[in-house]
Design a binder for this molecule. Structure first.
Ligand SMILES: Cc1ncc(COP(=O)(O)O)c(C=O)c1O
Length: 433
């Protein structure tokens, strides 16, 4: 079968066996059927399914509410809806997108502590009751617009090391502000049901989950004294998602902390993982379309190579700026270890000098125009932010799934809901690689 990325948005390819992504990229690029002008992603839907299986196995007590902001691709969302996850939405747009998949409003948490009136009214109209708050202004807004909402108080408990800290924008101090907010909510007659936190995205300090869960326990007790009967702990996001990382260590800490501080299984525990579910499922394939050698005039040899890729910081690599990601290029063309290497800078395609992807990387001197470079772990905080600035098209997506996983998870509609159609409604093609 001829492989192509034309019209890929309408197709999902079924693979008979587990697919090696390098082989797939080779297939998609060597026969010239790919439009080499444009970057593209390969998206392994099965990777998302395996992540979900792993989550259930490692943290059976913690219900995942996928953070839509991380990657709102339609197939990602439909797959997760089919798998039965719930969703963390931050805006009216995200809520309506999830509802349009047939997901029931009680599978959504409106987890943006600072909400516009319009979004709050939309949540009310659609019956989305669960939402976070972290200050009195929000309590007053909720009191006047949606007084019977189920409120989750967000506290700050920051990891010492995280890719993206969130605490300077959201959350109340668990020792000073949070008790006052519980009192204020009580006085307003509002319904607080739980406590939430986010330790920071790309967290590298897992014991912080224990500290944050302990704060939740203290606030449960504080709330009880005020006459609340809290029943929900929301442990937020922060879980690793790259293909060389796992959740073994963090899940042990979370499970132990829950057992210690919330032994009563009637307390519902949820999380808002984003990166965990999607980072490793997407691999970005780019092409070098120009090259400039910076010459050393005394040796007449190049000192440095400047390579220009067809994707850059205004599109997929916005993750360098906004998500503080570190990306690692892999050359599709094999080079041998003895090949001479040269210091190189990799730029994106736009006319802006800010559009620099990597500086000072050693690459084989023979790397040239037309060569493909791919980047693994590109599924988190890339696509939703990408812009076609300067007229460069956004990458297309080549969707694929292993047959065994498709049959295991998606043969029967769950609850008879028709979002199965949205997923399977794409043309399904079989290919063998
Ligand atoms: C409120 C909230 N929940 C969940 C997430 C997802 O975090 P992560 O991708 O680290 O799992 C974010 C990310 O910014 C967030 O702001």
């Amino acid at each position: 079968m001829k492989l192509t990325t034309e019209n890929e948005d309408d197709r999902i390819h079924i693979m008979d066996d587990d697919v090696n992504s390098t082989e797939l990229i080779n297939q998609l690029t060597i026969n010239g059927t790919i439009n080499q002008e444009d970057p593209f992603y390969i998206f392994n839907i099965g990777d998302v399914i395996k992540k979900h299986q792993n989550w259930i196995e490692k943290m059976p007590r913690v219900a995942p509410y996928y953070a839509v902001k991380c990657n709102d691709n339609d197939v990602v969302l439909a797959t997760l809806a089919l798998l039965g996850t719930s969703f963390d939405c931050a805006s009216k747009g995200e809520m309506s997108k999830i509802l349009s998949l047939g997901v029931k409003p009680d599978r959504i948490i409106f987890a943006n502590p600072a909400k516009s009136k319009g979004a709050l009214m939309f949540a009310k109209m659609m019956g989305i009751k669960m939402m976070t708050f972290d200050c009195e202004t929000e309590l007053q807004k909720i009191k006047s617009l949606y007084p019977d909402a189920s409120l989750v108080l967000r506290i700050v408990c920051e990891a010492e090391i995280a890719q993206c800290a969130l605490g300077k924008k959201f959350g109340s101090d668990p020792l000073t502000e949070a008790p006052k907010l519980l009192k204020a909510a009580k006085q307003m007659g509002l319904n607080v049901v739980g406590i939430s936190f986010h330790v920071g995205s790309g967290c590298k300090d897992y014991p912080v989950y224990n500290k944050a869960i302990r704060y939740c326990r203290d606030l449960f007790d504080e709330a009880k004294g005020l006459g609340f009967d809290l029943s929900l702990v929301d442990i937020g996001g922060g879980f690793p998602g790259d293909n060389d990382k796992n959740i073994d260590e963090v899940s042990m800490i979370v499970n132990d902390s829950l057992e210690r501080y919330f032994p009563d299984e009637r307390v519902q525990v949820i999380a808002e993982p984003g990166r965990y579910y999607v980072a490793s499922a997407f691999t970005l394939v780019t092409n070098i379309f120009s090259k400039k050698n910076i010459m050393n005039h005394s040796t007449n040899e190049p000192d440095r190579m400047m390579l220009y890729l067809n994707d850059g910081v205004y599109a997929s690599f916005n993750c360098l700026l906004y998500d503080h990601q570190v990306v690692k290029p892999i050359l599709l063309k094999k080079s041998n270890h003895h090949e001479k290497k040269i210091k190189s800078t990799i730029f994106g395609p736009t006319c802006d000098a800010l559009d620099e992807i990597i500086n000072n990387i050693e690459l084989p001197v023979a790397t040239d125009v037309g060569d493909f470079m791919y980047f693994e772990n590109m599924g988190a905080y890339t696509l939703p932010v990408a812009s076609p600035f300067n007229g460069f098209p956004l990458p297309k997506i080549f969707y694929y799934i292993e047959r065994a996983l498709l049959e295991e998870w998606f043969v029967l509609p769950i609850d008879g809901e028709d979002y199965v159609q949205d997923f399977i409604g794409k043309t399904i093609d079989s290919i063998s690689v």
